[in-house]
Ligand binder design. Sequence first.
Ligand SMILES: *[C@@H]1O[C@H](CO)[C@@H](O)[C@H](O)[C@H]1NC(C)=O
Ligand SMILES: *[C@@H]1O[C@H](CO)[C@@H](O)[C@H](O)[C@H]1NC(C)=O
Ligand SMILES: *[C@@H]1O[C@H](CO)[C@@H](O)[C@H](O)[C@H]1NC(C)=O
Ligand SMILES: *[C@@H]1O[C@H](CO)[C@@H](O)[C@H](O)[C@H]1NC(C)=O
Ligand SMILES: *[C@@H]1O[C@H](CO)[C@@H](O)[C@H](O)[C@H]1NC(C)=O
Length: 190
Amino acid sequence: MGSSAMPLVIMVFSTVIAMALVHGSGIGEGPKEVEEWFQNLSHAKEKMTKLHFYFHDLTHGKGQTAAQMAQTNISSKSPTSFGFLNMMDDPLTVGPELSSKMVGRAQGFYGTDSMEEVTQIVAINFIFSGGEYNGSSLTVMGWNPILRVYREMPIVGGSGVFRLARGVVTFKTYFFNVTAGNATIEVAKG
Ligand SMILES: *[C@@H]1O[C@H](CO)[C@@H](O)[C@H](O)[C@H]1NC(C)=O
Ligand SMILES: *[C@@H]1O[C@H](CO)[C@@H](O)[C@H](O)[C@H]1NC(C)=O
Ligand SMILES: *[C@@H]1O[C@H](CO)[C@@H](O)[C@H](O)[C@H]1NC(C)=O
Ligand SMILES: *[C@@H]1O[C@H](CO)[C@@H](O)[C@H](O)[C@H]1NC(C)=O
Ligand SMILES: *[C@@H]1O[C@H](CO)[C@@H](O)[C@H](O)[C@H]1NC(C)=O
């Protein structure tokens, strides 16, 4: 894989726990509906949702889903791959196999940001398709020390049924082929 960036070592098993506010039925997306939704907020109950899925970060070859967009002039010599920046549009699946049912996309970017350990700053939108979550999203921003077993990152917000969401995701690498630059990450949220 030459001097290219580490994939979002997200062949991870991650657990996502999200708390969202629910009231009434259906989510209107226009400015008027959003305002009404906020006016009703005092009657809302917080609901805990646990999600579990996998995402596949494939940086090379056939079916590529992520690509390097920048690097610093010391990145290729850095022992921690400091300063590589990647953009991704990774499929989310219910099972660890890429061929299992697709339930959304993980779009965003990640960059290696430590001189001492291989870590990433991660900014991801999980955009769900199908079922009650169709068209809703969760936004995660956090610290991903990719060589550790579990990486915990905050859910900083959401849209649609996840409006005003908060919570935590856990990433666990399910599969990581360094040579190919392919990774599968398990994610759990609640
Ligand atoms: C706000 O509450 C009213 C009364 O319960 C309900 O009819 C309406 O659908 C709610 N609006 C939204 C956007 O949830
Ligand atoms: C990287 O770029 C900076 C700023 O242009 C320069 O000062 C430095 O010498 C460069 N380092 C290498 C290893 O090329
Ligand atoms: C999800 O929403 C889109 C856009 O509203 C719609 O076209 C699509 O059919 C929906 N998919 C499912 C599986 O409900
Ligand atoms: C992984 O990488 C290789 C090329 O390095 C590619 O051919 C393969 O399709 C990729 N995807 C998966 C899911 O392994
Ligand atoms: C890892 O990727 C390399 C290069 O694409 C490939 O030759 C090898 O079979 C892959 N290993 C696994 C375990 O998938």
